[in-house]
Design a protein around this ligand. Structure first.
Ligand code: NAD
Ligand code: UFG
Length: 681
């Protein structure tokens, strides 16, 4: 049940509701996926959340299917073995007002897609059709539940576009019987991914029952209008076949595999209903959703809606037997998952106070995104690259050194604003012992390994972020994740590292967590922002500091590895060179996150009214005055100072400190650090 390793499935409309869920299932089944979507009814956030769920990058192209040139480039760039075609406009009511737009987008878009496929000898397609092609089935006796052979008679322009496209695909097959087309006629998709990370995010006032009801439950709409209770059903409301979107998504994998198993050289054109085979009334669904929410929701019965019919329930036997697929979830599951999606994302993918753009010169490059959150006087920007902090602006004063382009970030090697990992600071001789064996790491700092090696976390593109508000709606949260493969820079075991930033009125907090599949691997994560409180001056000279400790680790001046002794660092300003590890507290834990934050440093500058405070749960922190910075035309020595909370230098090679950094597959690494800002008293 897996895809082949090198080829890709092109998913058109993959940023949309059903497409995004299907991409997750495709990747979970081993397929490589490339998405094309013009984002006309969706947002890239859905794609970035899909990546977060599957923990893999998913190539994405913001392309309209009608743009054959751009679409062709995607086919040239990727070895595409098949297409799942979701991209379409889909609002029944709207289609009756702007039919031409529907025919152009849906039919013309599909023709362009098929021409491009043919030009690249791709002849496998799974097409999103709809139960709407059957029209009003009550015109027949004995056609409910609806079988695939039920004659088609769509009653609106949207449905007619589906009918026309089905016919185009049939004609193509008749002309060339090596084409393989699976026509999937969906009944009523509902629900969301159980993670609560992706779901349906309708623009404007929702047309469909459950999205509308969800907005009533969250307080965005006053009450549900029930369109008629005088139908011939057990409670007078119409009957539909509601199918959980994850079941529907899995139906596409089943169809794709069915097509893949068609005899070599032969083709196929076949329709399958994707439904549960079980009908539910509007009131059945209403009660199931109220149960998920925990209380009754306001509604009013109003007159029938134009075009609605009594019953659209699938006969799903053909899909059950031929595709060996059947729906596994029920409307209670869908309502529970929809409610989680709704409460976790009350405004869908949009989050007030958050916006993203891309770094200068990288239009359309979704791997170079800059995420900015604004909270009162504080505005903070983050990059996927290194899960870095690019900008911290408090009361209109920028407090960190940041760059403008991805190339600049890639070409510097001073960890500017970056997450440092998998192992911050030095590991002596680039090696350590574990289970009696010596593990050799990438040596990128003389004889030592520094900050995770030459290709550390600072050079990786993190996935995400998931952006949301905290439970009390006060703070903004951004969650990034990185999967660091076993063997990266020599480290044993895969490491899944999460970086969560919380931005409040006057602080940025970072929480690190990590898990591994290894029986032991060293971890030490920190942030390497260069702070400058001197009011846009190019140097930190004159910066005054209060340190919570003067206990410093003595290091050998040649190797920069601790000698085992403790020395004293008593400073009140940063006018001289500092590159020392200061000891805050005794600790023996791999996870310090539940510890209370302890203030370790306060810094200010006579030329500015602002004060920076750093608090951490970590046992120590490196204080570094940036004396080796050299980014021509941008930043020179002492442009900023770094406060890097973490574990003791080279802990993995010191018996009594080892347990601070050695993570196994039963534990979670963790720490928290908060940078807060205030005006001088
Ligand atoms: P959706 O609007 O969430 O997803 C469709 C995606 O296609 C969107 O992301 C949109 O931006 C993109 N798109 C539209 N026109 C495009 C174009 N010309 N070029 C590139 N991208 C384009 O809708 P959905 O609910 O996920 O539906 C997916 C498919 O399933 C559609 O074909 C729809 O007609 C069909 N369908 C949906 C339902 C339903 O109730 N949701 C029922 C039956 C069939
Ligand atoms: N309904 C209400 N109030 C609302 C919305 C809907 O009572 O605010 C009722 C409708 O009358 C209908 C049922 O809920 O009886 C479901 O309505 P939806 O609008 O959610 O779905 P439809 O069955 O009308 O149509 C959906 C898709 C179509 C697709 C069809 C396939 O929108 O694109 O399912 O069955 F073709």
């Amino acid at each position: 049940m897996t895809g082949t390793t090198n080829s890709y499935i092109l998913v058109t409309g993959g940023a949309g509701y059903i497409g995004s869920h299907t991409v997750v299932e495709l990747i979970n089944h081993g397929y490589n996926v490339v998405i094309v979507d013009n984002l006309s009814n969706s947002s890239y956030d859905a794609v970035s959340r899909v990546e977060y769920i599957v923990k893999k990058p998913v190539p994405f192209f913001n392309v309209d299917l009608r743009d054959s040139e751009k679409l062709g480039k995607v086919f040239e760039q990727y070895d595409i073995s098949g297409v799942i075609h979701f991209a379409a406009l889909k609002a029944v009511g709207e289609s009756t007002h702007i039919p031409l737009k529907y025919y152009d987008n849906n039919v013309n878009g599909t023709i362009k897609l098929l021409e491009t496929m043919a030009a690249h000898k791709v002849k496998t397609i799974v097409f999103s059709s709809s139960a709407t092609v059957y029209g009003d089935v009550t015109r027949f006796k004995d056609m409910i539940p609806i079988p695939e052979h039920c004659p088609n008679d769509p009653t609106n322009p949207y449905g007619k576009t589906k009918y026309v496209i089905e016919n185009i695909l049939h004609d193509i097959y008749n002309a060339d019987t090596t084409w393989k087309s699976a026509i999937l006629r969906y009944f009523n998709p509902i629900g969301a991914h159980p993670s609560g990370l992706i779901g349906e995010d309708p623009l404007g006032i929702p047309n469909n029952l459950l999205p509308y009801l969800a907005q009533v439950a969250i307080g965005r709409r006053e009450k549900l209008s029930i369109f008629g209770n005088d139908y011939d059903s057990h409670d007078g409301t119409p009957i539909r076949d509601y199918i959980h979107v994850v079941d529907l998504a899995k139906g596409h994998i089943a169809a794709l595999e069915y097509l893949n198993n068609v005899t070599e050289g032969a083709g196929l054109f076949r329709e399958w209903n994707l439904g549960t085979g079980k009908g539910s009334t509007v009131f059945d669904v209403y009660h199931a959703f109220c149960k998920a929410v925990g209380h009754e929701l306001p509604y009013e019965v109003v007159g029938r809606r134009d075009g609605d019919v009594l019953d659209l329930t699938a006969n799903a036997t053909r899909a059950n037997t031929e595709l060996k697929w059947s729906a596994e979830k029920n409307i209670d599951d869908a309502c529970r998952d929809l409610w989680k999606w709704t409460t976790d994302n009350p405004k869908g993918y949009a989050v007030a106070g958050y916006q993203w753009t891309t770094l200068a010169g990288t239009d359309g490059d979704y791997t170079s995104r800059v995420h900015t959150v604004t909270k009162d006087d504080l505005s903070v920007s983050f990059l996927n690259y290194g899960a870095s902090i690019q900008k911290v602006e408090f009361k209109n004063q920028n407090l960190v050194c940041g760059l403008d382009t991805l190339d600049e970030y890639k070409s510097q090697d001073i960890y500017l604003g970056a997450t440092v990992g998998r192992y911050a600071n030095r590991i002596a001789n680039g090696q350590f012992e574990i289970n009696g064996e010596t593990v050799k790491l990438d040596k990128n700092n003389g004889e030592n390994s520094l900050h995770g090696g030459s290709n550390g976390f600072n050079k990786q593109n993190f996935l995400g972020p998931i952006v949301k508000r905290s439970a009390d709606e006060e703070n903004l949260i951004l969650q990034f994740v990185l999967v660091d493969k076993a063997g990266a820079n020599g480290f044993p075991g895969e490491l899944i590292a999460a970086v969560e930033y919380t931005v409040g009125n006057d602080f940025v907090e970072v929480e690190y967590s990590a898990t591994t599949d290894a029986s032991g691997t060293p971890v030490n994560l920190t942030n390497h922002s260069y702070w400058n409180l001197a009011g846009n001056k190019s140097t930190i000279d004159g910066t005054q500091v209060k340190l919570a400790t003067s206990k410093a680790l003595e290091v050998d001046p040649n190797t920069l590895i601790p000698t085992g002794n403790v020395s004293t660092l008593d400073i009140s300003n940063l006018d001289g060179k500092v590159d020392n590890c200061l000891i805050v507290r005794e600790s023996s834990q791999i996870n310090t996150s539940s510890e209370s934050l302890v203030e370790v440093l306060e810094a200010s500058h006579p030329d500015s009214t602002l004060v920076l405070r750093v608090e951490t749960t970590e046992p120590s922190f490196q204080l570094y005055t940036g004396d080796y910075v050299d980014i021509p035309g941008k930043f020179g020595p002492r442009c900023g100072f770094c406060v890097e909370p973490g574990r003791l230098i080279n802990a993995v090679n010191v018996e009594k400190w080892k347990q601070l950094v050695l993570l196994d597959n039963k534990s979670t690494y963790g720490s928290r650090t908060r940078y807060s800002f205030k005006l001088k008293n």
